[in-house]
Write a protein that binds this ligand. Structure first.
Ligand code: ZN
Length: 339
């Protein structure tokens, strides 16, 4: 499938159809709103013990993507998307840049590039990690597994498991994303004990300060004209939460952000990004927490015709495949995107 889409993209680009499509669309009401999701920009260092899957583009690739967009698209803000969902129209060729989680590269890598091209972006922040200065759960799992002195790692919680060290990160990452009612703190303590690895609190503070923004740094993004919105408190998949946890994750993160930033928080990007339209308890909780819209991920472009579910706004997950002809063609013809 990827091969076929890439061949179509090459053809569109070589024949300049991408330019023609974008030029035409610049003069017509937008057919698609294209929202791109990033986490980190830059290049992981070879000796970093943390998983590198959160890097979505090198600095150079990100600059190239933003340069291309700045010449042909109108960057839209959180408010413009919320107003669009309430019936207002969007500018031609609308694109939205979003960053999830709260990694420091948002400030040190992405912001200077965004500013070079006059681009505005929205940053979704998982507030517990900023407040408590602790590693994101997936980075903590990755670090403990990479340092494990026991192989296999034998766990009893949440079920008996013998995990070969080489597979443990992937298995545990999947488990946290799918296990309903999981006590994440208990799993982390159990993994630390059974892996034989440890992280001292001084070491964790140093890593967190290098890895995750502080409130001061998030204020710098906001002062530069960027939007700051919610990515819940502890970055758990909404579908795995018990009702009281769900309410706390949604309302709690919104309250913390509004207090810390002094700005309204109207939207949330769902951790991991699964759709919620088949879960009325989740859409009800989103409404009760005061959100006007929610973003999924890996779900494709947003078609602007027909009705759009304001709690299932699609985004396209960026990665290194979005280079050159493929990136240009996806932006010209968004259904080519990989969700
Ligand atoms: Zn995230």
């Amino acid at each position: 499938m990827a091969g076929k889409r890439e061949r179509i993209a090459q053809l569109l680009d070589r024949t300049r159809v991408t330019d023609v499509l974008l030029a035409l669309r610049a003069r017509t009401p937008p057919a698609w709103l294209t929202i791109l999701t990033y986490h980190r920009v830059g290049t992981p260092s070879a000796d970093d013990p943390l998983p590198d899957e959160t890097f979505d583009a090198s600095d150079g690739l990100f600059a190239e993507q933003i340069r291309f967009l700045s010449e042909r698209f109108n960057f839209v803000s959180t408010d413009e998307v919320v107003e669009f969902l309430h019936g207002r129209s969007l500018p031609p060729n609308p694109a939205m840049i979003t960053f999830d989680d709260g990694y420091r590269e948002c400030l040190t890598g992405a912001l200077p590039i965004l500013q070079d091209y006059g681009a505005r972006a929205t940053f979704f922040i998982a507030t517990d990690y900023i407040e408590q200065r602790k590693l994101f759960w997936w980075d903590r799992i990755g670090l403990l597994v990479s340092r494990a002195t026991n192989d296999p790692i034998v766990l009893d919680y949440p079920m008996p498991m013998r995990l070969p060290k080489a597979e443990a990160y992937k298995t545990l990452n999947g488990l946290v994303k799918s296990e309903v009612g999981l006590d994440l703190g208990r799993l982390m303590d159990h993994l630390e004990e059974r892996s034989g690895a440890s992280i001292s609190s001084e070491e964790e503070q140093a890593m967190v300060d290098a890895l995750i923004m502080t409130w001061d740094e998030i204020h710098q993004l906001s002062d530069a004209g960027m939007d700051i919105q919610s990515h819940t408190r502890s970055h758990r998949v909404l579908q795995t939460l018990l009702p009281e946890q769900l309410a706390d994750e949604l309302a709690g993160s919104r309250a913390v952000l509004e207090e810390r930033m002094g700005l309204p928080v109207k939207t949330v990007a769902y951790p991991v990004g699964y759709r919620v339209n088949d879960a009325p308890s989740i859409t009800r909780a989103l409404d009760e927490a005061g959100y006007e819209a929610g973003y999924t991920n890996q779900t494709g472009p947003v078609p602007t015709w027909g009705s759009i579910d304001r709690f299932d706004v699609n985004r396209i997950a960026m990665s290194e495949i979005y280079q050159d002809a493929f990136f240009r063609s996806v932006m010209a013809f968004p259904p080519l995107a990989f969700g």
